[in-house]
Design a protein. Structure first.
Length: 436
């Protein structure tokens, strides 16, 4: 046997560390080439990491919740040496594909090995269990009588369930081997209809420490950098969105259900249209070269709250998409973001961000710019309010929109001009057609 130590691979996008979420194998288990052995969380997404060789697991270099740097030991595997003859599989001759003790032929960077190569490979022989000679028929009965075990590897998941009063034995697991993952706990909490457990008196509650790592750490670092480096200013205006809602209803009446346009997609379309008139807002600052970079393409970020925290998935080249195409892309992107399934490449590279904080039931906000972008547009809830139309007070659908901008990139004139144009588009969507 030859011991091989597999190091935490380069996960791409400049990521330098990852937190261990859950191990898929244990010491003594047999692994095959390209088998997923651990799930880690980076600053961008949850990643399943495969091992590039086969053998017996000797050591796991880290516990769930622990942070490892790229290049640090991840797992040690005892690999058969080239001179060792491996036993044939129990179920027949070897299958096509790489030998069980051969190294992976793929470059393991980012999300593991390529799915284009043949996936059939020789299965590692399962260890034989010698049945007792006294009463072999009792073995199945003992196995059936074994009590069910609630398997939760991540301490973060245990803490979340304990804080919310959730009995983990009632949660349906989706992880390999019946492991309960955070997504399972989130689903159980969302579906729970029983009254919540009454909170303890404040005097009887203990402190809760939440690890500042993974996406939470990345968001904290980015927001801190934004506040430290960007001299931002905020401006806002109330808008009458009555005609916008009517236009959306009329548009969706002509479309099949699969192509229905969300309100967020329509607001994104109007924001992109306004950026054509005010490209200064679609910029960033290159501090090293002392330059303002005015981007020729609009890569639209959408602030999204997910079970794993705040993320900003990016819709690339949003200005080239039709309204229906933009709606499809937004629906797909936000769904993947909520599931933690977006690759890092789709969480970076934004040039302008849209934040619909109205979904939280609030009217206004002064959003923090998504560094290194130069501006972020925020939209509050749309509610019935009194509004003056042709000298008369009527009830209209009104919302507040706000714009936080980098004062190094543009002055109040350009920022106010952009926000006013966007508001005009919301109040009169037909006007925006000239710029779509």
């Amino acid at each position: 046997m030859n011991d091989q130590v597999f190091l935490l691979p380069d996960l791409g996008e400049g990521l330098t560390e990852a937190d261990i979420l859950s191990w898929r194998v244990g010491v003594g288990d047999t692994v095959t080439v390209d088998q997923v052995v651990v799930e880690v969380e980076t600053a961008k997404a949850a990643v399943e990491v495969p091992v590039p060789f086969a053998g017996t697991v000797i050591a796991l270099h880290g516990e769930p919740g622990e942070t490892l740097r790229v290049g640090a030991p991840l797992i040690s595997v005892g690999v058969l040496t080239p001179t060792t003859t491996a036993a044939p599989p129990l179920d027949g001759p070897p299958l096509d594909g790489p030998p069980a003790d051969g190294p992976s032929g793929n470059v393991l960077i980012g999300y593991g090995t390529s799915a284009d190569r043949p996936t059939r490979r020789r299965r590692a022989a399962a260890p034989k269990t010698v049945a007792p000679t006294a009463a072999p028929a009792q073995a199945p009965a003992r196995e059936q009588a074994a009590p069910a075990v609630t398997r939760v590897i991540s301490p973060v998941v245990r803490d979340l369930a304990r804080e919310r009063g959730l009995d983990l034995s009632t949660v349906r697991p989706s992880g390999v081997g019946g492991v309960i993952r955070r997504a399972d706990v989130d689903a159980a909490l969302a579906a729970r209809t029983a009254p919540p457990v009454p909170e303890q008196p404040i005097a009887g509650r203990s402190d809760v420490r939440i690890p500042l790592n993974g996406i939470r750490k990345a968001v904290a670092d980015k927001l801190t950098t934004s506040r430290r480096e960007i001299p931002e200013a905020t401006t806002w205006v109330d808008v009458d969105a009555t005609e916008l809602l009517a236009a959306r209803a009329a548009m969706n009446a002509t479309l099949p259900d699969a192509d229905r346009v969300s309100l967020l997609a329509l607001l994104a379309r109007l924001a992109v249209a306004a950026l054509r008139r005010f490209p200064q807002l679609n910029s960033s600052v290159d501090a090293d070269r002392r330059q303002i970079v005015q981007h020729g393409r609009v890569h639209l970020g959408i602030a999204a709250q997910t079970p794993r925290g705040l993320v900003v998935p990016v819709v690339a080249d949003a200005a080239t998409l039709t309204t229906v195409e933009l709606a499809r892309r937004l629906a797909e992107t936000t769904a993947l973001a909520r599931d933690g399934a977006l690759p890092p490449a789709r969480l970076t590279g934004g040039t302008f961000t849209l934040n619909n904080y109205g979904v939280f039931g609030v009217d206004g906000s002064a959003p923090i710019i998504n560094h290194p972008e130069a501006a972020i547009l925020g939209i509050g809830r749309i509610i019935d309010r009194p509004w003056v139309v042709d000298g008369a007070i009527v009830v209209r659908k009104v919302a507040q929109v706000s714009l936080a901008f980098d004062h190094r990139v543009c002055d109040g004139g350009e920022a106010g001009g952009f926000l006013r144009l966007f508001a005009d588009y919301v109040e009169d969507p037909v006007r925006a057609l000239a710029h779509l």
